[in-house]
Ligand binder design. Structure first.
Ligand code: SAM
Length: 481
């Protein structure tokens, strides 16, 4: 089999980072004539990440280190075996392929790390709302005990089993009117009022004093973890909330958070840490303020608003399933539509960082309402100018806009000294656009991304070519003049 015909699909092949040492050892072994077992592959159609849905594509199920080593050693062919002879539908078989791949990996070679296994379990649970894969089945395939799988996915399962009452309570706490909730869930306003006044959830304190943890409590009430936390934290000060959530409160303007907190927001391409949102709310809003998240993704902003008792309206062109608070809206500022009736006090704006993750966002968007990550550079910049203008028209003086973004360069493999500034969009450009549209930038807070996504080999190549990587991510705080 020709190596270049094989695709390494990171969605299927459960490896967050390659072990370069293993690859190097295999390359060395190849050079002295070692024989390796065949890698496992599968033929699929409807391969959504690839674009051409009719094409038959070959994806790797097992043997990614061998595949890398063969490529690195300059081989053009690699021995393969097929997982199944039939051509499978990628979308229909994705979970099965992911599990088969995981199962192979737990048995040999570089074992999957616990973090990899956790990610697989969470990916599968998220894409399996009918719970076809039980905790026992996942534990068996991933080679861990069932309790471990439980701990990894309980919050996702709790969200999937969320009952109607907790949806109503969530929406009401985020500031939705009874009329709007009634339309959303299809029951009358009187019943909604009864449900929001129900005090049965007040017993969280009792359950805690009996030694129950928050995951148990969320499951007990059939509600997602973020709402259970919101009920527990109700009435406390912001500072007490930080303490109860075990989030150190940052006093300085460097907000470095290594990991997303799974209690808030869903796994989503470009998901941001809940702590970053909480700090923004702490410094720039008051309880009861209205926050707008125009591009809400996995819903971390509404979840944190819930816990910190801020109202929130959230929108996205691909509202996540199971997130009733995220409403469909395609921002196209030239159409000048603004979907809110009350003026927000803070806009928390975390748009795509131009073409980063364009593929993922495009998959979720429709053709008629594309993500801004597929605009041309000129259109992309024009989008922000129009959006900031529209936001200015629909807010009061003194309102805040928290804008999160990273510098973008269209020259990933260019040595730093040869970079062409015409092919980049940086924070300076967003700063300029904000200033031109009536927003005064008052703060610049650095929230760096992790370097862990790069392998040692990649870093070495960058150093050899004097390429300067980007891990900067900046939160600009602007005030409406
Ligand atoms: C960086 S992600 C937001 C991630 C989110 N803050 C989280 O932590 O999960 C950007 C989002 O913008 C959405 N988006 C892109 N273009 C849009 C548009 N024109 N209108 C509405 N949503 C859009 C994408 O679907 C994506 O969910």
């Amino acid at each position: 089999m020709k190596i270049q015909e094989l695709i390494w699909d990171e969605g299927i092949y459960p490896r967050s980072s390659l072990n370069q040492k293993t690859v190097d050892a295999y390359v060395e072994a190849l050079s002295i004539g070692a024989q390796f077992p065949a890698v496992m592959v599968q033929r699929v159609v409807n391969y959504t990440p690839g674009g051409d849905l009719l094409a038959i594509v070959l994806i790797l199920i097992d043997g990614v280190h061998r595949w890398h080593a063969f490529r690195q050693a300059g081989r053009t062919d690699i021995p393969v075996i097929h997982y199944q002879d039939a051509v499978l539908d990628y979308e229909a078989a994705k979970t099965e392929l992911l599990l088969e791949s995981a199962r192979n990996n737990t048995r040999h070679g570089d074992r999957l790390t616990p973090a990899d296994k956790k990610r697989i379990a969470r990916d599968i649970a998220s894409s399996d709302p009918k719970c076809r894969y039980t905790e026992t089945a996942l534990a068996e395939k991933l080679g861990v005990i069932q309790q471990t799988v439980n701990a990894w996915i309980t919050d996702i399962r709790a969200r999937q089993k969320t009952n109607r009452d907790s949806i109503i309570i969530r929406l009401s706490r985020l500031g939705w009117t009874q009329e709007k909730i009634s339309k959303k869930v299809g029951i009358n306003q009187q019943r909604i009022s009864q449900i929001t006044n129900n005090t049965k959830f007040g017993n969280i304190g009792n359950l805690l004093s009996q030694g129950r943890d928050m995951t148990y409590i969320a499951g007990h009430y059939n509600m997602e973890l973020a709402l259970a936390w919101a009920l527990r934290l109700q009435g406390k000060t912001d500072q007490e909330k930080f303490k109860a959530l075990e989030w150190g409160l940052r006093t300085w303007d460097q907000w470095h958070f290594n990991e997303c907190d799974d209690r808030f927001g869903d796994d989503w391409p470009g998901r941001i840490p809940a702590q970053l949102v909480a700090h923004t709310l702490f410094y720039f809003t008051e309880p009861g303020d209205l926050v707008l998240d125009p591009m809400a993704g996995g819903g971390v902003v509404p979840d944190v608003c819930l816990a910190f008792e801020r109202k929130c309206r959230a929108f996205d062109l691909a509202p996540s399933e199971g997130r009733p608070e995220i409403e469909y809206h395609h921002w196209n500022p030239q159409k000048r539509t603004w979907p809110l009736d009350r003026k927000p006090d803070l806009i928390f704006f975390d748009p795509p960082y131009y073409t980063k993750k364009a593929k993922e966002y495009e998959q979720k968007a429709g053709k008629a309402a594309p993500s801004i990550s597929s605009l041309s550079k000129k259109e992309y910049e024009a989008f922000f100018k129009d959006f900031f203008t529209l936001a200015h028209e629909n807010t009061n003086p003194g309102a805040s806009l928290a804008f999160l973004n990273a510098d973008w360069y269209d020259f990933e493999s260019t040595p730093a000294a040869q970079e062409d500034p015409g092919r980049s969009i940086t924070l300076f450009d967003y700063h300029r656009l904000l200033t031109q549209t009536g927003w005064q930038v008052i703060r610049r807070i650095e929230c760096p991304l992790s370097t862990e996504r790069l392998t040692g080999n990649q870093v070495q190549k960058m150093q050899t070519k004097r390429i300067l990587g980007t891990i900067g991510r900046t939160l600009l705080i602007a005030r409406r003049t």
